[in-house]
Ligand binder design. Structure first.
Ligand code: SF4
Ligand code: SF4
Length: 252
């Protein structure tokens, strides 16, 4: 015991004291809209280069109307690099989860609305603790970040968030990956096995929209058409803080 106390005194506490701190300068977050200088459809470099069709240039410039759908964005940063008008910049926030799919769509016509913090409504039955079952249908990068959210730095259990082994014990279904057709029935069975009340969280861009896999032969377009989604966590993969933020939005 004394050795353990000595070790802790020497090394300090690894667990972050801040909730959802901003990303460091070395990290590239999801993009945000930084200006409405877009010169419009005669340029369209950003929408041409975007690999997931997350950007729509809706008219000609100057000050063209442009929409950025974070629910499709994989955070490759190519739009930030290519835009000659500096329309995009990196968003250092890790509080990126949304309870409303529409609030993930940003517009140059509403530059002041860059935050997707749209929690509203009554107190949740899961305010004190929540048990989560994970169904993984993708490349597992989101699963690795979900696993990191349990480590001693992020320590999501201190917020009352637990991962459980069976849908019978779960309040929340966390879905990662684009959910190809071969997983539709398995995912539905898992959801049906959960008792009411229950919630669904789409963890990562693939689970929201299919991401890079969307509209492909495997019909991997995310879970929105399969299950009622309560919280959307964009990112490819999302940061562990963003995952904790999303689950906390279920808990309210
Ligand atoms: S690259 Fe920049 S200027 Fe060109 S369409 Fe996209 S946002 Fe507008
Ligand atoms: S950062 Fe997102 S919106 Fe920008 S080009 Fe990459 S996928 Fe498209």
């Amino acid at each position: 015991m004394l050795r353990l106390l000595g070790y802790l005194l020497m090394n300090g506490v690894a667990t972050s004291k801040d909730y959802c701190p901003s990303l460091g300068d070395e990290a590239i977050g999801l993009p945000k809209l930084a200006s409405n200088n877009c010169i419009g459809s005669e340029c369209s470099k950003c929408s041409d280069i975007c690999p997931t069709e997350a950007i729509s240039v809706l008219d000609g410039g100057p000050n063209a109307n442009l929409e950025l759908d974070l629910g499709k964005c994989i955070g490759c940063a190519m739009c930030i690099r290519i835009c000659p008008e500096k329309t995009f910049s990196s968003n250092a926030s890790t509080e990126t989860a949304a309870v409303n799919r529409k609030s993930l769509v940003l517009s140059t016509k509403a530059l002041d609305i860059q935050a997707v913090n749209d929690i509203e409504g009554a107190r949740s039955p899961f305010a004190r603790s929540v048990a989560c079952r994970v169904v993984s249908t993708g490349c597992s990068a989101c699963d690795l970040e979900l696993s990191a959210a349990s480590n001693s730095i992020f320590d999501m259990e201190r917020f009352g968030i637990q991962i459980v082994a069976s849908p019978r014990f779960a309040d929340v279904l966390l879905v990662t990956g684009p959910v190809p057709k071969a997983m539709h029935a398995a995912l539905k069975s898992c959801y049906d096995a959960m008792a009411e009340p229950k919630r669904v969280v789409a963890v990562g861009t693939c689970a929201i929209s299919g991401g890079l896999h969307g509209s492909g032969y495997a019909e991997a377009n995310g879970i929105s058409d399969l299950l009622p989604v309560d919280v959307y966590i964009p990112g490819c993969p999302p940061h562990p803080w963003s995952i904790i933020d999303g689950i906390r939005k279920v808990m309210r």
